[in-house]
Design a protein around this ligand. Structure first.
Ligand code: FES
Ligand code: FES
Length: 1005
């Protein structure tokens, strides 16, 4: 059919099918600011404005848009500097999103800006509740919504002509931090009721800086430690075509995968001939058509610390959603039709869903393929993907010396990363017959290395390009989709796009490992822990990707925190045993926190029970037994992911100060143990509770993961910084640019960051294990120091050519304010140096290259606090406030770092109270969309407070430790402990649903 559309004021006549969505048509016309996040109107990423009203373009037919005015992000504003052309610049909303740190991955940003603009057009002075309500139609998995709300409030104020605080205006330092705003008028003058359910009290001001206790080492720095604007924010605010799917290629085929409807079966017979004959089908591949190469889909450094147990296509299926065939066709509809024409005869074998049963002798075996390659103690004959036995000290003697033994069982659920950008890849042959893989991945170099044998290509004939990524959270640390498109490009010779639907994200992507965990702890009457033991039974699903390392982390990071006191502190008794078991569930894999949240739910619930049963203060009991600076990381002598362990001393630990600051910010002393505070006046059915948890994580993987960087100077004094590190929206490109700018003495916008492309950027292991700022950051510093040395030499030469009796020595030159400054104050600009080096005497390309592998993995520490209100009639739990005191070393960028904490706490809150992937008795997913699988929306959020307690980690040039994963660890147990505090019930398995709370209350009464 012929359609006449008006897009951004431009009339357009085009041909479309009656069933074409507005989303598809707009993207086909190059309006890539309209994003795909689902197919059913749940995520809001596809928001456009139709006759002034926001609509979801994925559920709106293009035909319905005829005669209406369509507006997309592309017409909202533009870069303010476009050469000689005078532009209107960015819209105030775009500017506010850019400045406020409201953009992380940026995938939801165009939709948020469009929705907010419509609000501000009709209501110039909106309440915070109205802003949250407006943004509630757009799901964001990165930010926790605080900064987007602040951005809209700032833009509203600016549009009204009011002054807003400068972006770096600090939140007042102690003692003014004390306010518990729950009982006070809000900054916007509205009455706040802490027990209000929905909408929540006002939570945001227009102040965007977090609270931060700065370490003195940073005081003279110009770029590190400052709230610099994210280097990619301006393009993301404009919805520029920055993501993997925002790409046009002539002759692009669409790939689809036929997924198994059966949990466990042999493929007895498969016939794709009818599908191949369908007009418009370019290729259909089954296991008979491609080489049988075993590999692991876990994107990890070599050697992969896990079994090799996967094929691109196999003659056996092991879960509902497993791959059966690949199709490439001219359109998505034809590809879908072709899937339906593939005839498959399955020979079912018994499926097994309970990990305890799966490891019993005689249980149905999942992996009996002869090609299977063991790693460490994996044993496919017992359905064991991994097996961990770690004993530190003498645990049995520790138990014998205890006055009381506490033992309990806990359970953690399977949850989804739920990044808003689905997995997506485009593959094509370039003009040199090299295979280009443009993919939304966290691990481009691992993709290249791991896929080469699978595709039958040498590494040098594969180029992996990682554009902007719309969130990953570990879900994209998996080489999971690239082979599909690549096999089809090899088969057809044509470019292929393969993008997961939202349903596929739930049925055929990865998730967090669910576990059953037993804790056993020996304690003396005075609260000294004498021995601590954990056993974890982990369900890895059908494949063992990340099986060993995720579950290893469960004990390694959580059981290391409590070493005991007195003599036990010097010689702790700790045991961690785990079995990681194959079942016919969809595979688990990497998810932000990487096994550690699974550990802290039992550890911190257990510590709370012990403290309460012994009548000890929960904070003092924990701190008495917690690891301290100067002590050995207890696991460093015993375990290293299947490699040789090497002892490591904890150099910095701000845990005690995190606890102090967090308890001040929550008013812990006034609330904990105060019966009056637990009651809600006038609401006898409500109870308030307060809880906390202490946590530690790790920073990078020592002696294994390497980061690289190179930098080159241009003739205007700017620099190209090339990094293999992978910014998923975390802001890593920005913090790397800040470190480069600090070393080179220039502005952050003089550093042009490019990440990553396996042809051009140095190797980097990728974005995982909280390592980019630490590992890749050190590589950047090394590269920039090399360049800086050349700059100083040339500056000295230029200065010594001046008519001055004072001779300048290169190492005395400071690089600052875009200049090389001699001790006597004379200076040459960076532009002069760059120009001179490239064009005048003794020309050279000033550049540097650096790489880094760390010998240590310094842990960040944190204290997580939570306040809840429980309805004791319905079991509903509302989390009112989350406060986190965090020691992540030096904070390179307070705004991006606090955005990480807010977003992480929000994901962890879903883990605590509502997110869960469940299966029926046939192994079929119950949750297949973002309606059934609920992630938090803007109007449902509690108050989020981040407090950074800086320490200076001596193993890094700028003293940093990791920040990205630690917010995942403590929220669930802090909420569980707050529920206990509110109404005296023990919930030992997450999520803490109203039904579980109601049942526990009923059983108690
Ligand atoms: S893509 Fe339209 S709502 Fe998700
Ligand atoms: S910034 Fe919102 S989804 Fe990533």
């Amino acid at each position: 059919m012929i359609l006449d559309l008006n897009i951004n004021g431009i009339p357009l006549t085009l041909t479309a099918s009656p069933g074409d969505s507005l989303l598809r048509i707009l993207r086909a016309q190059g309006y890539f600011g309209v994003k795909h996040g689902c197919e059913s109107g749940e995520c809001g990423a596809c928001t456009v404005v139709l006759d002034g009203k926001p609509v979801n373009a994925c559920v709106y037919l293009a035909a319905q848009a005829q005669g209406h005015r369509i507006q997309t992000i592309e017409e909202v504003g533009q870069h303010p500097e476009q050469g000689w052309k005078v532009t209107t610049g960015l819209h105030p909303l775009q500017s506010a999103f850019v400045e406020s740190g409201a953009i992380q991955c940026g995938y939801c940003t165009p939709a948020m800006i469009l929705a907010a603009r419509e609000l501000l057009d009709r209501e110039p002075n909106p309440s915070e509740a109205a802003v949250r309500e407006t943004l509630s139609g757009v799901l964001c998995r990165c930010t926790g919504y605080l900064k987007p709300v602040q951005a809209v409030l700032r833009a509203a104020a600016a549009l009204r002509g009011e002054a807003v605080e400068p972006i770096d205006a600090p939140i007042p330092a102690p003692p003014e931090w004390l306010p518990d705003e729950g009982d006070k008028p809000s900054p916007r003058g509205e009455e706040i009721h802490p027990s209000t359910f929905i909408p929540h009290p006002l939570l945001a001001t227009t102040l965007v800086m977090p609270r931060i206790q700065v370490t003195p080492e940073t005081e003279t720095w110009q770029r590190v430690g400052k709230p610099e604007i994210k280097v990619d924010a301006v393009k993301l605010a404009q919805g520029k075509p920055a993501f993997a799917a925002d790409f046009e290629k002539r002759g692009l085929l669409v790939a689809k995968v036929l997924h198994s409807p059966i949990a466990h079966a042999h493929i007895k017979h498969i016939n794709a001939s009818r599908a191949r004959e369908l007009p418009g089908v370019a290729a259909v591949l089954t296991w008979q058509d491609i080489p049988r190469v075993i590999y692991s889909t876990a994107g990890q450094s070599d050697p992969i610390p896990g079994p090799l147990d996967s094929f691109s296509l196999d003659k056996k299926v092991r879960y509902v959603g497993d791959r059966v065939a690949f199709v490439a066709a001219e359109t998505e509809e034809i590809a879908q039709q072709a899937l339906e024409l593939i005839e498959v005869e399955y020979e079912p074998v018994p499926a097994i869903f309970d990990p305890a049963q799966a490891m019993q002798p005689g249980a149905q075996r999942l992996h009996d393929e002869p090609e299977y390659v063991n790693f460490a103690e994996s044993d496919p004959t017992r359905n064991l993907a991994a097996h961990i036995r770690i004993d530190i000290g003498d645990v049995e003697r520790g138990f014998a010396e205890a006055d009381t033994i506490f033992e309990d069982e806990y359970e953690v659920s399977k949850v989804q990363q739920a990044h808003i950008e689905p997995h997506v890849v485009i593959t094509y042959w370039d003009e040199d017959d090299r295979l280009v893989i443009r993919t939304s991945t966290q691990v481009p170099f691992h993709v290249r290395r791991q896929l080469a044998p699978v595709l039958g290509l040498p590494i040098k004939r594969i180029r992996v390009i990682k554009p902007r990524i719309g969130g990953g959270f570990g879900g994209k640390q998996e080489v999971m989709i690239e082979d599909v498109a690549a096999h089809l490009t090899i088969a057809t010779g044509r470019p292929v796009i393969f993008e997961y639907s939202r349903e596929e994200e739930f049925t055929a992507a990865r998730s967090r490992h669910p576990m059953r965990i037993i804790m056993k702890t020996g304690v003396k009457k005075d609260g000294t822990i004498t021995a601590n033991a954990m056993y974890a039974l982990s369900d890895t699903g059908a494949y063992g990707c990340h099986a060993l390392t995720v579950t290893g982390n469960t004990g390694h990071k959580s059981m290391a925190l409590y070493v005991g006191d007195g003599p036990y502190r010097k010689a702790p008794n700790i045991r961690f045993y785990a079995d990681v078991v194959y079942t016919n569930h969809p595979p688990a894999g990497a998810y932000r926190g990487y096994g550690v949240p699974q550990g802290y739910w039992p550890v911190e619930r257990h510590m709370e029970k012990i403290a309460r049963q012994l009548g000890l203060d929960p904070l003092e009991f924990r701190l008495k037994n917690a690891l301290r600076a100067g002590e050995l990381h207890p696991f460093s002598t015993a375990w290293s992911e299947g490699r040789e362990p090497r002892p490591e001393t904890i150099e910095t630990c701000g845990l005690e100060e995190c606890v102090r600051q967090g308890s001040v910010a929550t008013g812990w002393d006034e609330k904990f143990g105060n019966p009056g505070w637990h009651q809600v006046p006038g609401k006898p059915h409500l109870r308030r509770g307060i809880g906390m948890a202490m946590v530690m994580q790790g920073t990078a993987i020592p002696y294994l993961d390497m980061g690289g960087a190179s930098v080159k100077m241009n003739d205007d004094g700017s620099f190209n910084l090339l990094v293999g590190a992978t910014d998923l929206g975390t802001g890593s490109d920005t913090v790397l640019a800040q470190m480069a700018a600090e070393v080179l003495g220039v502005a952050v916008n003089d550093i042009l960051v490019y990440s990553s492309d396996t042809d051009f950027t140095p190797f980097d292991k990728g974005a995982y294990a909280s390592s980019t700022t630490y590992i890749s950051g050190t590589a950047v510093v090394r590269a920039c120091e090399q360049a800086a040395e050349r700059i100083r030499l040339r500056a000295a030469r230029l200065l010594n050519e001046q008519d001055s009796p004072v001779k300048v020595v290169p190492h005395e030159i400071r690089l600052i304010d875009r200049k090389a400054v001699a001790p006597d104050g004379r200076a040459v600009s960076m532009a002069e140096i760059g120009h001179h080096a490239l064009h005048h005497a003794e020309q050279e390309q000033i550049m540097g290259v650096g790489s880094y592998v760390s010998p240590v993995a310094p842990p960040p520490f944190a204290a997580q606090f939570s306040e809840v209100t429980v309805d004791i009639e319905t079991g509903q739990v509302v989390v009112d406030k989350l406060v986190m005191g965090v020691d992540s070393g030096v904070i390179v960028n307070p705004i991006t770092a606090s955005g990480q904490i807010e977003g992480g706490m929000t994901q962890a809150l879903g883990y605590a109270v509502c997110e869960e992937m469940r299966y029926d008795e046939q192994g079929r997913s119950r949750e297949r969309n973002l309606r059934d699988y609920h992630i938090f929306q803007a109007h449902e959020m509690p108050e989020l407070i981040t407090i950074f307690v800086e320490t200076f980690e001596p193993s890094h040039p700028f003293g940093v430790k990791a920040v990205a994963e630690i917010p995942m660890d403590g929220v669930a147990p802090a909420v569980g402990n707050a529920v206990l505090d509110a109404c005296g019930i023990q919930i030992d398995d997450i999520p803490i649903t109203p039904e579980k709370v109601w049942r526990a209350l009923r059983d108690k009464s």
